[in-house]
Design a protein around this ligand. Structure first.
Ligand code: PMP
Length: 323
């Protein structure tokens, strides 16, 4: 990711230049993985930039931290405003926002004591199609990873925590080394869990299946969006445990995530899905999903969080005079 000194990052209560948003090498999170974060997409809509399901992402950020007893030293509204400020002050039309909470610099040892500072930052970066433009339209080739996802009762996968991403690092780098776009992890029982940074859906006989919360997944906000949109279209969506071979017998497979949006899967372990790319169900759901951002799908759920442009200096002076 290019470093852009002109960009502003919200950190610990204020906007700072990109290069000044730094941490100490003794930061707890760097040693023990104690960060909690989100990825939020901002879309360029006909009504200006809108952060997709921003409040749901902020709720999950607090839930992730809460699982570890980490108290975020701000109200949720402050984090929401910080996200808005990063978009507005950097004049971003579309972006990927990364709000992150982490234990800072204090003492050595894994137990976070009350003396350990909890720091918060929000960064905005540009992001195109996460698994490539071609993958987004024609589908990606994925493999099942040799690495299993964390077992229940070990590291909680419901928390979007920095430490969890060691699993994603192993799964995605193995997949890329083997020439695949992404890897899918199985859970400790050998059942389908999720991609390194995406949830998995399988379409068969017109019904849509996805692994349940108990399959060591992060309950994705895009997963919930797709379930809602699919049910709205009259599809049966079934959250149930899924054996590996369900991926091989699928009519269609697709991945969902804030970064990946809806990415069709063309093949799994070199076995093409029946659709061998985006099938009709994936295509319809993509249309409905992306339609939210150009206005062709009505936002019945209040998912688009509009971000007002920061007034230009001139307007601000005029506003001040008017008051
Ligand atoms: N699983 C993992 C491991 C992820 O990192 C992500 C991306 N946040 C997802 C699933 C999808 O979640 P969401 O749709 O909320 O981005």
């Amino acid at each position: 990711m290019p470093i852009n000194a002109a960009k502003l990052i919200w950190m610990d209560g204020a906007l700072k230049p990109w290069r000044e948003a730094t941490v100490h090498v003794m930061t707890h999170a760097l040693h023990y993985g104690t960060s909690f974060f989100e990825g939020v997409r901002v879309y360029d809509t006909p009504n200006g930039p809108a952060a997709f399901r921003l409040c749901d992402h902020v709720d999950r950020l607090y839930d992730s931290a809460g699982i570890y007893g980490c108290v975020i030293p701000y109200e949720k509204q402050t984090i929401i405003s910080a996200c808005e400020d990063v978009v507005a002050s950097n004049r971003l039309d579309s972006a990927y926002l990364r709000p992150i909470v982490f234990y800072g610099y204090g003492e050595i040892g894994p137990t976070p004591t009350p003396q350990l500072p909890v720091q918060v930052a929000v960064v905005g970066v540009p992001m195109g199609a996460y698994l490539g433009e071609e993958g987004q339209t024609r589908g990606v080739d994925v493999c099942v990873s040799s690495w299993r996802r964390p077992a229940p009762g070990t590291i909680p996968t419901a928390a979007k925590a920095g430490g969890n991403y060691l699993s994603s690092v192993l799964i995605s780098s193995e997949a890329k080394r083997r020439g695949f776009a992404e890897g899918i992890g199985l859970d400790v029982n050998g059942l389908v869990s999720e991609g390194a940074g995406e949830n998995v859906f399988v379409v068969r006989g017109g019904r849509i299946h996805t692994p349940p919360a108990a399959a060591s997944i992060l309950q994705g906000i895009t997963r919930d969006t797709v379930i809602t949109l699919a049910r709205r279209e009259g599809f049966d969506v079934i959250e149930q445990a899924m054996p590996r071979e369900a991926l091989y017998l699928a009519d269609e497979v697709f991945l969902t995530g804030t970064a990946a949006e809806i990415t069709p899967v063309r093949s799994v372990d070199d076995r093409p899905t029946r659709a061998n790319g985006p099938g009709p169900v994936t295509q319809l759901l993509k249309e409905r999903f992306f339609g939210l951002f150009d206005g062709t799908t009505k936002d019945e759920w209040g998912w688009l969080h509009r971000i007002m442009a920061q007034p230009k200096k001139q307007d601000r002076r005029e506003a001040a005079i008017a008051v």
